[in-house]
Design a protein. Sequence first.
Length: 540
Amino acid sequence: MTEQNQKQLGKTLWAIADQLRGAMDADDFRDYMLSFLFLRYLSDNYEAAAKKELGSDYPDIAADVLQKTGASTPLQIWYEENLSDVPAFEKQMRRKVHYVIEPLHLWSSIANMARTQNAEMLSTLQAGFKYIETESFQSTFSGLFSEIDLASPKLGKTYTERNAKLCTIIQKIADGLAEFSREMDALGDAYEYLIGQFAAGSGKKAGEFYTPQQISDILSTIVTLDSQEPKTGVKQRLDSVMDFACGSGSLLLNVRKRMGQHGIGKIYGQEKNITTYNLARMNMLLHGVKDTEFEIFHGDTLTNDWDILRELNPAKKPSFDAIVANPPFSYRWDTTDALADDVRFKNHGLAPKSAADFAFLLHGFHFLKDEGVMAIILPHGVLFRGGAEERIRTKLLKDGHIDTVIGLPSNLFYSTGIPVCILVLKKCKKPDDVLFINAAEHFVKGKRQNQLTDAHIAKIIKTYQFREEEARYSRRVGMAEIEKNEFNLNISRYISTAVGEAEIDLAATHGELVEIEKAIVAAKQKHNAFLKELGLNLLP
């Protein structure tokens, strides 16, 4: 499917969502819409794998003949004719695709029930979601649909009303998808498009699950640049990449897209919000990331309750080649005495209760490999605030870990209008300076959010990659000057955006005035000649 068709698919599905959600909040309707899209993906993938597994035994039945049998899929016919072989077949499917869907729960069956307004559609859908979660092989599918409340009164007061509403939604989605090819990668792009559209309507809640694509592009490019061979530009493999506040996983997927399908060993993400955690897992699978190629953990990053990250033996401590993150800005958190001795913070100190920005940063930095790169989005306050944050910032600078500070325009996010910055950190930084990039004035003003064009993004990346200096835009600043400024990283201290007044060449200006006087005299003489011919009074 072409890129244009993929985008059109997303727009078609969004138009359906906008039409059907009615009085329901965008956040609520999002979960239904995206879950049904995901079920379509799982079903297509499962049927393709089943056809391959069964080979010539897979019923070859035309659609019109199939309809006469009352079955929604050839797999349903095979199940009915081979009941004794079903357990062995499902065991093979668990081993190969790691999940199982019964024929009655496949998208084609659910969509058919929706078209006929079948009274059992809702209960069948509930049973299908539960079956996928509990009968699949990998824990990746456990609780995947747990936040989809099919009994919600927002769908209707009674079972009948809810069933009718869901039938309408599913029928519209099925009709919308029917206009396009069944290529599975197209569904991933449509899913990503819908996440962005729902984020636009979610206001401050959007920050919980969505990083704008333009900012995602910058972060993902930065952490993959160092994986290139300097001479050939060929990307080397990243063994691992992590986002400890991964939201819907879009940022991680952007890194994977830049590295190529086989360019990353494994993807790791962590997300505190259960609904968003489920979105991330669906997003990974929809983009063709196998369940063995990623691990998303539901839990609190600041309390570090992910077991694989709590290894105290330095030789066994997990570490990552690349870390990207867009954590919640100035998040209030609970600091305890135990956290003061936490291995992540004890060398730098605890971030203040009022703003966990540096706590998130130190968490990620602790798990960064010595040759790795970390890019994190933070509010500008981390660059200049005093107290505990000043001590942490000073320690990071003295140890040579802050590589680049990039100032971005305000109003880029759906969730906040404040300007933000990107900090790039490395444990083994080579240049003995900090690169400052002031991109705050380089944007296109939009109706609701400001936008970075491809040219704006390319300029930031090129400046970072080659550490270029440009008046009023970028500058490399040595540690001596930063220390003189008491380790304050406020960009305006190092890059002036003021435009100086042009010097006036007095001799040239005098010459211009003389020429103007001559022109005035000549014009006056010509004008008086016309007045004289007309017998009128001349100009003095």
